[in-house]
Ligand binder design. Sequence first.
Ligand SMILES: NC(=O)c1ccc[n+]([C@@H]2O[C@H](COP(=O)([O-])OP(=O)(O)OC[C@H]3O[C@@H](n4cnc5c(N)ncnc54)[C@H](O)[C@@H]3O)[C@@H](O)[C@H]2O)c1
Length: 352
Amino acid sequence: MTDSILHIGMIGCGYWGPNLLRNFAQQDGVRVKTVADRVAERRAFVTKGYPTVATVEDHQEILKDPEITAVIVATPAATHYALTKEVLEAGKDAFVEKPLAMKTEEAVELTRLAAERGRILMVGHTFLFNEAVRDLKRRIDAGELGKLYYLYSQRLNLGIVRGDINAAWNLAPHDVSIGNYLLGETPARVSASSVQALQPEAPRLDDVVFLTLTYPSGVVMHCHVSWLDPRKSRTMTVVGDKKMIIYDDVAQDKLQIFDKGITRGERVPEEQATDFARFKMITRAGDLLVPNLRVPEPLQVEAKHFIACVKERKTPLTDGHNGVAVTAVLEAADLSLARGGAPVDIQIPAAG
Ligand SMILES: NC(=O)c1ccc[n+]([C@@H]2O[C@H](COP(=O)([O-])OP(=O)(O)OC[C@H]3O[C@@H](n4cnc5c(N)ncnc54)[C@H](O)[C@@H]3O)[C@@H](O)[C@H]2O)c1
């Protein structure tokens, strides 16, 4: 790793940008030099909290600055493709918030462009930098849960209602990226249903979306995302034949490991068979383990990872291919919604 200071520019500092700004500004060997935002009030916010960071209205100022070699894109999803393309074409490394793009072909193009230009492209799939998710993956990979049957997630809250993308594009990139990471594969099929209550006049601004993803291994994942729910919930339940785990991101104890399961025993003799089962079903309800995890702020880990990848020219964990896979699932989910919930096969193109 070189010891030189990495100069970073950032485009967009609205609701989420300040979290990225704070975490990147805290890193050693980094200087966030310039933030671009079209809105004067957002530029004033940056100046107040970070007097040494320059602010500009036009992101071209960042692209033209030869000292800035890496750029964070934290603008609304629909702008990611065009802005990231400009960043890469300007010869700079890019950290892009999720989703990488709103079309699979655009995500593929960005991934190819980054490879051709020898640039680092990283997508902000934040939860892959969450120690609880990583611990869960280690347990799955070590076989602690046994054969996986299914998993389901709930990412619910009252607000924030968006007017540019539906709840699936806004919230499900997290769950899909977690699911792909935990299972080490990408879904083959998706079906989606939704409720569009608050903005019925707009095309596809669904407030609540239910996604059912089928992975090639046969594991099924169900994602429920909503900004129209009475309670904040960020949970994922993973059920295997040996153990079951609940990951609750808003709880103090993020993982709960249940030594629970149902094993199929011997066949019930025909004369004793009831309507309940043809086989003895042996329920096991053992101990509950709550591991004592140290979970640093995921954005700190994410920022460190991007900086290390830039300085050491390493491929990020959440690289363009990762972003393509998530985009392809969401695009297929849109198609399923348009077809009244019909299952849609997901083609994830190779991006080089
Ligand atoms: N990783 C996470 O957990 C997480 C959480 C929330 C949001 N996000 C992502 O962060 C991104 C931004 O979301 P948000 O909620 O902050 O949106 P936002 O609308 O609150 O903020 C976007 C900002 O970008 C600015 N902007 C837009 N186009 C610009 C341009 N061309 N040049 C300069 N500034 C421009 C706007 O003025 C605004 O201030 C989205 O991609 C969203 O998906 C990620």
